[in-house]
Ligand binder design. Structure first.
Ligand code: DQA
Length: 147
């Protein structure tokens, strides 16, 4: 199966960006880890980070017919973007929402997500490990839906 991992704005700064909140693992390390885990689980993982909302939307649209599952950390767009929600709903590709930090333990404006209610599940507060768990779950959901 084919899995797309999308990272939203400022996640290219992981490692140096507020390490007490987001950890010290870099985005390159997260992506490398996911690609390797994907290979072990028999799936092709593609990772993309963008600071631009339209690039994330373009990637979701292009995933239609090419991707079986999306893992997305929409970062700040989680709390603002009807457009990313509409894109995910439009392509009808199942997704898991991931956050490194526990958004519910932070400012009130981070408590609402435009994505959570259309996601298969949400992982928040477990740092980079959350992505690995999301990938394992994506593979098992795809396996159970194919028989
Ligand atoms: C984040 C949480 C968001 O509130 C924030 O805007 C981010 C990162 C996280 O991974 O914890 O940029 O999505």
């Amino acid at each position: 199966s084919r899995i797309l991992v999308l990272h939203g704005p400022n996640l290219n700064m992981l490692g140096t960006r507020e390490p007490s909140v987001y950890g010290t693992t870099t985005l390159a390390q997260i992506n490398q880890n996911l690609t390797q885990l994907g290979a072990e689980l028999g799936c092709a993982v593609t990772c993309l980070q963008s600071n631009a909302e339209h690039e994330l939307i373009d990637a979701i649209q292009q995933a239609h017919g090419n991707i079986d599952f999306i893992i997305i950390n929409p970062a700040a767009y989680t709390h603002t973007s009807v457009a990313i929600r509409d894109a995910l709903q439009g392509v009808q590709i199942p997704c898991i929402e991931v956050h490194l930090s526990n958004v519910h333990a932070r400012e009130a404006f981070r408590h609402h997500s435009y994505i959570s209610d259309i996601a298969q599940g949400v992982i928040s507060g477990f740092g980079a490990a959350g992505y690995s768990f999301a990938l394992q779950q994506a593979v098992s959901l795809l396996q159970s839906s194919s028989h």
